[in-house]
Design a protein around this ligand. Structure first.
Ligand SMILES: Nc1ncnc2c1ncn2[C@@H]1O[C@H](COP(=O)(O)OP(=O)(O)O)[C@@H](O)[C@H]1O
Ligand SMILES: [Mg+2]
Length: 284
């Protein structure tokens, strides 16, 4: 499958890259103060550099490179089996890549275990939520906090209650998680991730299973979290309507490779993207 024909996306890709490169060049040439160069470097929160991940000889990720700007909302879309979850597993430390690097705030974290990455500020939710079903909502969040950062139980409880309040879950604090509906379970996942006070949130199909109204609410929620808490969001999503509303930038993965990248409207019009979805069936 070739990206040829996806003029809009390719053009924007080239423009995007060209702009970035020439900006740096200009800055260097015109003796811009070092602070402005440093600020530019600082804008890059995370970088995935030429990452490959093989499972039994088959590539789930086949040379993936991109960077994430501090504060942005980046959506990752692509057909089932494209390698999206594997990418999150490589970023969060569940898997080591076969080749390539993950850089976070300028530091090579490729070989760090997940808990150390969590301490640096990388939090995630899972495609299949993994709450402790028999425990209460509050205890789920508290346990997540204690497991990831230590600290006292009373402080953790206080912070957890604040987060539950913020997510509209305060009145469910004492409810066992297994009794919650899908949306509430997702919110508990989000609360657990937020409790770690992350710099970046990795959300794996956060909206799947939600109805239209719930998707709308989730979009607003993530928008608010991004804005008010300043948390960068990298978000795997199948619900394209939500992607169009929330994402500032979209990366499309197919067969372990990035086939398009750009603004949501550009990507939606890309021939290669349409082909990738139609060719393999729109997931979910
Ligand atoms: N732990 C694993 N062991 C073996 N193969 C895996 C594993 N995880 C993912 N894969 C394979 O890697 C490919 C990409 O999977 P995945 O990252 O889950 O895709 P997506 O999240 O885009 O649907 C698939 O072919 C899948 O079967
Ligand atoms: Mg997946």
């Amino acid at each position: 499958m070739k990206a040829a024909g996806s003029d809009g996306v390719l053009r924007s890709l080239e423009l995007g890259r060209g702009n970035g490169a020439s900006r740096i060049e200009q800055n260097t040439k015109s003796d811009q103060p070092l602070t402005s160069l440093l600020r530019m470097a600082d804008e890059r929160l995370m970088e995935v550099r030429d990452v490959y991940k093989y499972f039994g000889g088959l590539p789930a990720l086949n040379g993936v490179s991109f960077s994430v700007r501090r504060g942005e909302i980046l959506a990752i879309i692509g057909p089932n089996g494209a390698g999206k979850t594997t990418l999150f597993n490589v970023i969060s430390g569940v898997f080591q890549p076969t080749k390539g690097k993950v850089i976070f705030e300028g530091k090579d974290i490729t070989r760090l275990p997940p808990y150390k990455r969590a301490k640096l500020g990388i939090a995630r939710t899972f495609q299949i939520p993994r709450p402790f079903a028999e425990m209460t909502v509050l205890d789920n969040v508290v346990v997540g906090m204690l497991a990831n950062g230590g600290g006292s139980v009373s402080v953790a409880r206080m912070k957890a209650l604040e987060i539950l309040e913020e997510l509209g879950l305060r009145d469910k604090a004492g409810t066992e998680v297994r009794k919650l509906n899908v949306q509430e379970k997702k919110s508990v996942e989000l609360a657990r991730a937020l409790a770690m006070e992350p710099k970046v949130l990795l959300l794996d199909e956060y909206m799947s299973g939600l109805n239209t109204g719930e998707v709308e609410r989730a979009v607003e929620e993530l928008k608010r979290i991004n804005k008010e808490r300043g948390i960068t969001i990298v978000w795997i999503e199948h619900i394209l309507r939500a992607v169009m509303k929330l994402a500032e930038r979209v990366i499309v993965l197919n067969f372990g490779q990035i086939i398009a990248e750009g603004k949501p409207s550009e990507v939606a019009n890309s021939a290669s993207v349409i082909e990738a979805y139609l060719g393999r069936g729109m997931a979910h």
